[in-house]
Design a protein around this ligand. Structure first.
Ligand code: NDP
Length: 317
């Protein structure tokens, strides 16, 4: 169905209000004709057919009976779905890549260099003004398992395979990429883990993947294992991670996402010597590219033509 050419009301919301002006400016720069509308908690519904959101509050979609499509300004839609207020008949659309894949691949490569070449020891040697070269590191000794081979995971896999690392990938359905040993589903999980030394998580958060990073998972990795979590904080059982690090089941963790963000002051992750913390920056959003993508999809939606990135509500991603 053609959704008409008249000016469209778009409901905007972000938990960081300052970003909304940027979205509006970039969408206008894309030549999109629209009227922005807003709804604070406790206010009446706007009647908008389209919403563009990040981290909506629970009642944002309540009684928005005209709503047809919601664009999430991020790849992961867990925050929208867990609010439980989005009716099943409303299409939920996520960002696809928008520059995040390359950024996250860069983050993983940096973490891999830190881990495999033990860069921390060069920093402490420098502090002592000590010249302490180390022997060659064989990438073959560091097979990397990637949980999630979607838009982002497949780019990470390609980038690290290009550096010579053995790469294993795990997805729901079997995926085939050059240089990636493919595993899928519950049947492939054990073999995937037992061949991996570094585990990179870039799964969406769904009921199936909640706490997938747990004691049982870590204990199946090759000795000297390391976990890099760039998915969501709720993928990780935090107590299990601390136990595995203390027991030597894992040798380290690089964490970008946390159950509670910002990571609370006094949380044991801040000071654990084997944990590297970054503040959810592995895949920062390129707002210009994000709005360009949304503008393109909005045009397709108005013209009634299909577009990608619509969430499968049953699968949860
Ligand atoms: P995609 O939807 O493109 O890919 C998801 C991948 O996970 C697919 O390969 C899918 O399998 C796999 N998967 C999903 N559920 C399961 C399951 N139950 N078992 C096995 N595999 C499963 O998502 P993106 O690559 O775009 O993004 C992935 C996630 O990365 C986001 O949901 C978000 O949580 C996180 N993210 C984090 C950021 C950060 O800054 N830290 C930034 C951006 C994203 P299949 O291929 O079979 O469908």
């Amino acid at each position: 169905m053609n959704k008409g050419a008249s000016s469209l009301e778009i409901l905007f919301y972000s938990d960081k209000p300052e970003v909304v002006e940027t979205w509006i400016a970039y969408l206008r720069a894309e030549g999109l004709d629209f009227k922005p509308v807003f709804r604070e908690p406790g206010q009446e519904p706007t009647g908008a057919r389209v919403a563009i959101v990040w981290m909506p509050y629970e009642q944002l979609f309540d009684k928005e009976a005209q709503l047809e499509v919601v664009f999430n300004v991020g790849a992961g839609v867990d925050a929208v779905l867990t609010s439980g207020m989005l009716p099943e008949n409303v299409d939920l659309v996520r960002l696809e890549d928008s520059g995040m894949g390359a950024k996250m691949a860069e983050y993983v490569i940096h973490a891999l260099a830190e881990i495999t070449r033990d860069m921390a020891q060069f920093r402490s040697a420098q502090a002592q003004q000590a010249w302490q070269p180390q022997p060659h590191v064989y990438v073959e000794d560091w097979p990397v398992g990637i949980l999630g081979l979607g838009v982002i995971g497949s780019q990470i896999a390609a980038s690290i395979a290009a550096l010579g690392y053995p790469v294993l990938g795990w997805s729901r359905r079997q995926r085939h990429f050059d240089g990636v040993e493919p595993y899928a589903g519950a049947d492939g999980f054990g073999k995937f883990l037992s061949g991996s030394r570094v585990l990179v998580n870039v799964l969406p958060l769904t009921p199936e993947t909640h706490h997938i990073l747990n004691w049982d998972t870590f204990s199946q990795l090759l000795p000297g294992g390391h976990v890099i979590n760039i998915g969501r904080g709720d993928h990780l059982n935090e107590d299990d991670l601390l136990e595995c690090l203390d027991a030597g089941t894992l040798s380290g963790a690089t964490l970008d996402v946390f159950k509670t963000e910002p990571l609370p002051s006094g949380h044991p992750f801040w000071t654990h010597p084997a944990i590297q913390v970054t503040p959810h920056i592995s895949g920062t959003t390129n707002q210009r590219l994000a709005m360009r993508q949304i503008a393109t999809k909005l045009r397709a939606w108005r013209a009634g033509t299909p577009f990608t990135g619509v969430i499968d509500r049953r699968a949860g991603y």
